[in-house]
Structure formats: structure tokens, C-alpha cells
Design a protein around this ligand. Sequence first.
Ligand SMILES: Cc1cc2nc3c(=O)[nH]c(=O)nc-3n(C[C@H](O)[C@H](O)[C@H](O)COP(=O)(O)O)c2cc1C
Length: 154
Amino acid sequence: MYDPDPAVTAKDPLLRPLKIGHVQFRNRIMSTSHASGLEVGGMPEEAYQRYHEEKARGGIGLSMFGGSSNVDRDSPNIFRQLNVATDAIIPHLQRFSERMHARGAALMCQITHLAVAAIPTRETASPRLRRPRSARRSTVASPRRWTSTTSIAW
Ligand SMILES: Cc1cc2nc3c(=O)[nH]c(=O)nc-3n(C[C@H](O)[C@H](O)[C@H](O)COP(=O)(O)O)c2cc1C
């Protein structure tokens, strides 16, 4: 149970609450997104949720989850990311956010389209992304075309 001493939080800026837009964070301590390897078939099931819930129990203000979660079938799973391209993930996210909020922590997901970075070979690439080697090279040379976005789930 996170129950900080007000005398301590008054002295430490990291422990003071913070409001960004309509989201209130209980402190300024956060964990950044990473693919934890705990997902099951791209879904954040029990172990995945417990991993983050333990951080919330410890008092974290915000836990970012879903390192580079896939947003489309053209951004395939290459390092056990979550698959947010399917509505099948919605019940998991609802349960996940309820658990985190019950512990007083905010939750945020990193979503990414990995573009050609997720295509190991031309043979395994989706037809939508197959293109001549020269074109693929120019895309890789322009990282601004890769999109990585984070959305808040509070
Ligand atoms: C195994 C692993 C996977 C990671 N995956 C991502 C990712 O998908 N997206 C991202 O933005 N950062 C990723 N990171 C970077 C972490 O979010 C974090 O910025 C980094 O580990 C530094 O923080 P730390 O010193 O607390 O570990 C990853 C880190 C690790 C160790």
C-alpha cells in the first residue's frame, strides 16, 4: 500500500503529485515501455498484468507498457510485443487498467508501426510492404517515416 508521509513528499519533488491535462499522477516516478516477454500470443494476460501491478503496489505513478505494440498486420511481432491491431485485446486492457487504477497508478501504452524494421526477409514480408531493395533502403534511411506513438489509457 502506497501511503507516503506528507512531510517527506513535501521535501521531494519526485514524490509530489502532477497533473497533465485531465490526468492526475500521484507522483513523478514512472517506468518506460519495454516488451517484457510476458505476453501470451500478443495479449497482456495475468503474468503481464501482475508484473505492472507490482510496480503500482510499490507506489509508481505511471507504468508504461506495451513496448512497441503492433498496430497493424504489416507491423508483425518480432520481439514479443503486444498486438493492439485486434479488438481481442480490449477486454485484457480493460481488466489491466482497472487493476492499475485500483492501486492508484496510471497506465500508458506505446504503440508502434515498425515498418520495414519488422521485415526480416523479403520472402516473409506482407505483399503490402514488398518493394524493390532500392526503395526499402531509402525507407530505412529515413527514420522519420517510422511511427512510434504513445497513448494514455487512464
Ligand atoms: C528488454 C528491453 C526491451 C525494451 N523495449 C523497449 C521498447 O519496446 N520501446 C521503448 O521505447 N523502449 C524500450 N526499452 C527501453 C526501456 O524503456 C528503458 O528506456 C531502458 O531500459 C532504460 O531504462 P532503465 O535504465 O530503467 O532500464 C527496452 C528495454 C529493455 C531492457
